[in-house]
Design a protein around this ligand. Structure first.
Ligand SMILES: *Cc1c(COP(=O)(O)O)cnc(C)c1O
Length: 395
């Protein structure tokens, strides 16, 4: 029996090392990693620039607390601001913390502007924002809330992506709208650019804030640095994490000056957030992701993979119902239970991630090449054949 809390349904697999898009078990079995630690290892495993940066930093300084200036933190914040809508950044250690800070910042903005009654956020059915008490309330999923007492107050959930429904949900206590540009855990459900544009306009009209959870969609995952860029809009607040550290735990809340300036000294904090190790690695991730042509290549590889998957869907329509997502954040809506498809892929040494709505997520590292995409598609093809054969055998 494991000494760990039984909070995860784990596979039997354990990995000893990784290299690029591949993971290796202790006995040397090779797996193609289209999970990336759930969209975290953006540059694959053991990327030389990240390894060198972390080693160099480890010899110099690990941690000093936010009681002092951390130059690498200032630098990463400036670079994130230069590359996005943002004017201010708060560093945390995880996605949930980044969203938590976003929720607090939204409330604090209205408080500072004399509207402390505006503390509620409109959220969307099927969303996922993390596992803290506030973020499970924001996500509003029963399976995450069950047994943990009264949900944190302040979230009004709406169904679907209908601007009239959102409009009707806005009241005198509404502080803003919180949404993921693509629902990752929720089943790779894409939000249209048009809906994001409508939300932006609605928030402006109502004097409320648009908050994006780009924890999974961010850092190039969709072929732009942040997914909302495809819609040509900017949020007031954005949570980012996962890919930003390339495997080192980092989260960040990005805001406009108007929002960020409301978070005055003492209003929020984190012991580990923005420490020198994390910041060195975050800067190293940006060195690569912001290189000329890197994001264009992600978009191109994403398109290639999506086209191949669409062809596989046509060929195996009894296993794959739909291909979803954008860039290298793709999903297969399965006709068989998604766990069955995921296990068949794993049996073919391809790692993927389960999602809601009976979807299997494909989240390759952003450095993935054509050969790996071809290998993944061959494995999916073979798995579909096996699943069909099994289905025939049992009927
Ligand atoms: C993963 C995720 C989170 C939570 O991140 P943690 O690092 O697990 O706390 C929040 N929002 C979205 C959209 C995510 O995908």
């Amino acid at each position: 029996m494991s000494a760990l809390l039984p909070t995860y349904a784990r596979s039997e697999l354990a990995f000893a090392r990784g290299e690029g898009a591949y993971l290796f078990t202790a006995s040397g079995d090779r797996y193609l990693d289209f999970a990336s630690g759930v969209a975290v290892t953006a540059l694959g495993h053991a990327h030389p620039h990240l390894v060198k940066t972390l080693n160099d930093q480890a010899k110099k300084l690990w941690h000093v607390s936010n009681l002092h200036v951390i130059p690498e933190q200032e630098r990463l914040a400036e670079r994130l601001c230069d590359a996005t809508f943002a004017e201010r950044v708060f560093f945390a250690n995880s996605g949930a913390e980044a969203v938590e800070c976003s929720i607090k910042a939204a409330r604090r903005y209205h408080y500072k502007n004399g509207a402390s009654e505006r503390y509620r956020l409109i959220t969307f059915e099927g969303a996922f924002h993390g596992r803290t008490l506030a973020t499970i309330a924001a996500g509003g999923q029963q399976k995450h809330l069950e047994g943990f007492g009264p949900p944190v107050d302040g979230f009004d959930r709406v169904a679907g992506f209908d601007i009239e429904v959102v409009k009707a949900a806005i009241g005198e206590t509404t502080a803003g709208v919180l949404i993921e540009p693509i629902m990752g855990e929720g089943g790779m459900r894409e939000v249209s650019g048009r809906f994001l544009q409508d939300l932006r306009a609605l928030c402006d009209r109502e004097g409320i804030l648009l908050i994006l959870d780009e924890v999974q969609t961010g850092i190039g995952r969709t072929g732009r640095l942040y997914a909302h860029e495809w819609a040509g809009i900017a949020p007031d607040i954005m949570a980012t994490a996962k890919g930003l550290g390339g495997g080192f735990p980092i989260g960040a809340c990005l805001t406009t000056e108007a929002v960020g300036s409301a978070m005055t000294a003492g209003s929020h904090g984190s012991t580990f957030g923005g420490n020198p190790l994390a910041m060195a690695v975050g800067n190293a991730v940006l060195d690569v992701v912001l290189e000329d042509g890197f994001l264009e290549n992600v978009a191109q590889m994403g398109l290639r993979l999506k086209q191949r998957l669409a062809a596989l869907k046509d060929e195996h329509a009894d296993v794959i119902e739909e291909v979803r997502g954008q860039g290298l954040m793709l999903g297969l809506k399965s006709k068989v239970p998604n766990t069955k498809l995921l296990e068949a892929l794993r049996a073919g040494n391809l790692l993927t991630v389960q999602a809601g709505d009976n979807v299997v997520r494909l989240l390759p590292p952003l450095i993935v090449g054509e050969a790996e995409i071809d290998l993944a598609c061959e494995t999916i093809d073979a798995a579909c054949v096996v699943l069909k054969r099994d289905a025939v055998a049992t009927t």
